[in-house]
Write a protein that binds this ligand. Structure first.
Ligand code: TXE
Length: 499
């Protein structure tokens, strides 16, 4: 049954009158799942007002108390894991094991962030003057905007909101218009966890109205954005105009380096999962495989054999390896890239077609696709965000690294080798925020920083891990002088030996 949803504002679900509505649907079956209102600038103002009003009290709530609410949310996510996981699969199209993984990431991160409420460490640093203490403390920036994509519709909102909420920042959250139902069910959990009114707010609608409006609103003091590079540039520019903090995660063109001593089976398992997991729609997806010339032919043969065995179909079926891509637009974009590859003379090794017939006709299914590409071709350099793997030949390790580093992105990277020296060199040489050794480019864990360099992450912020709070806090340096007299740093320079 189609559900009609509203916004979540100031602690209540509201159904705004007179707004146009949009639908969200299942990319495997075409079934409409729910409708949502298209937010307006007035709705953004209402959400920002609620968040601003809630800020003072939330900021003064001791972080361990905030953490208790996050733990409660983690408990509810755990209880609803099965239902939410199925919803992720229904609305976004990833296979059910990955849908459940999306929810597990929220459980993991809320538990991790709750602990941050009792840590949130600063520094205590010696003073150059006697009877004086120097320390740093984290301060929340204020209400924040969270703008998320569709590919991890529970996990990415959890990273952003978990960090913002424990830091003391009320949130205005806008999910992608492809996955608003996941966004609403995510907020239902926060609502039931007992966050005070105004601390959590949800708006749905167009990026150009609601997303843009959130970034531009004067009460919003930081924005955390994950999405495409063009949108990210707009967000970066708008945030700069307001001089506010912004965290950006804008995708990748991630490479796996396969050295001539790599364990072939391990490599193949990793490449299949890295390239075709989530139908290639992960910002960390392995979209390039750079192979040492000595094993290139063997690797290519094995790849094709493996890709042809992948089962594409109903993502709810646990036996399916790859579901549909997330939308008609995604399908169009991926098929266009396949066309570009063929037109530019890249050699198609496997797949390359939309799947049709029977239940395939209801959804957006594309074959796992592999091309041999030239290092300057578009398929070798542009983010495709679909089940398309580009294979490149490298003369040796140095050549492989130089190909890997030649793109504008810098999110994830990987090397398969049994040579310890090469593994350690790669950790230093690969220009990326993440490097895996003998594992594919995907598989981030929440207790470690996540993010990229170059055009993936120009603000150099890192979500998750010990760095998660950076996006939402600023450092306050505190000097406490208990000498009882005026002491002057850099001026009172007499040496004091002893007490
Ligand atoms: O992303 P958008 P889309 C890439 C991937 C994909 C492409 C487009 O290549 O094919 O981006 O996907 C909101 N101001 N990635 O269209 O448009 C929008 O409503 C503020 C990589 O989904 O960037 C949504 O909530 N916000 C990526 C969010 O931004 C705006 C994951 C992302 O939408 C806005 C997803 C505006 N002017 C896609 N316009 C990754 N890094 O993993 C839109 N939005």
């Amino acid at each position: 049954m189609v559900q009609d949803h509203g916004f979540y504002l100031d602690g209540k679900w509201v159904d705004p009158k007179g707004r146009k509505r949009f639908e969200t649907s299942n990319p495997a079956t075409g079934e409409t799942l729910a409708t949502f209102p298209l937010g307006t600038k007035d709705d953004v103002a209402a959400a920002a007002k609620a968040a601003k009003a809630a800020f003072d009290k939330w900021k003064k709530t001791p972080p361990p108390r905030r953490g208790e609410l996050l733990l409660e949310a983690a408990r509810i996510f755990r209880k609803r894991k099965e239902d939410l996981g199925r919803l992720v699969t229904a609305e976004m199209g990833k296979v059910i094991a990955e849908g459940l993984g999306d929810v597990q990431e929220a459980i993991d991160f809320f538990e991790y962030a709750a602990g941050e409420g009792r840590r949130m460490v600063g520094e205590t640093v010696p003073s150059e003057l006697p009877n004086k203490m120097c320390l740093t403390i984290r301060m929340p920036v204020g209400p924040v905007g969270l703008i998320t994509p569709w590919n991890f519709p529970i996990a990415i909102p959890s990273w952003k909101s978990g960090a913002a909420l424990i830091a003391g920042c009320p949130i205005v959250f806008k999910p992608s218009s492809l996955t608003p139902l996941c966004g609403a069910k995510f907020v239902e959990v926060l609502d039931e966890s007992g966050f005070p009114p105004g601390v959590v707010n949800l708006l749905t609608g167009n990026g150009s109205v609601v997303g843009d409006g959130i970034v531009a609103h004067p009460s919003v003091r930081a924005v955390s954005f994950t999405g495409g590079i063009d949108t990210g540039k707009n967000v970066y520019e708008a945030a700069a105009k307001k001089m506010i903090k912004v965290g950006l995660e804008l995708g990748g063109k991630n490479a796996i380096l396969a050295m001539d001593d790599a364990s072939l089976d391990l490599l193949m398992d990793g490449v299949m999962f890295g390239a075709f997991g989530t139908a290639g729609q992960r910002c960390t997806a392995a979209s390039r495989l750079i192979v040492h010339a000595k094993v290139y032919d063997q690797v290519v043969d094995e790849l094709v054999a493996r890709a042809e065995k992948l089962r594409v179909g109903d993502p709810m079926n646990p036996k399916t390896d790859m579901g549909p891509v997330a939308s008609a637009d995604q399908e169009k974009k991926v098929l266009e890239y396949i066309h570009v590859g063929v037109k530019e003379g890249d050699e198609l090794l496997a797949g390359g077609e939309k799947l049709t017939g029977g239940s395939y006709d209801k959804g957006f299914f594309i074959q796992p696709t592999i091309f041999k590409v030239d290092r300057t071709s578009r398929l070798a350099t542009e983010e495709i965000f679909g089940p398309v793997l580009s294979v490149l030949k490298a003369k040796d390790y140095d050549d492989a690294v130089s190909i890997a580093n030649s793109v504008k992105y810098g999110l994830s990277s990987s090397i398969y080798t049994n040579d310890l020296r090469l593994a350690f060199r790669a950790m230093n040489d690969l220009e990326a925020g993440i490097t895996y050794v003998n594992a594919p480019t995907i598989g981030a864990e929440v207790q470690l920083p996540f993010g990229g360099i170059k055009e993936t992450g120009p603000t150099d912020t890192r979500e998750a891990g010990s760095t998660a709070l950076e996006e939402f806090t600023y450092w306050k340096t505190v000097y406490v002088d208990y000498s009882g007299r005026l002491q002057k740093a850099q001026i009172d320079t007499q040496r004091i030996v002893g007490g």
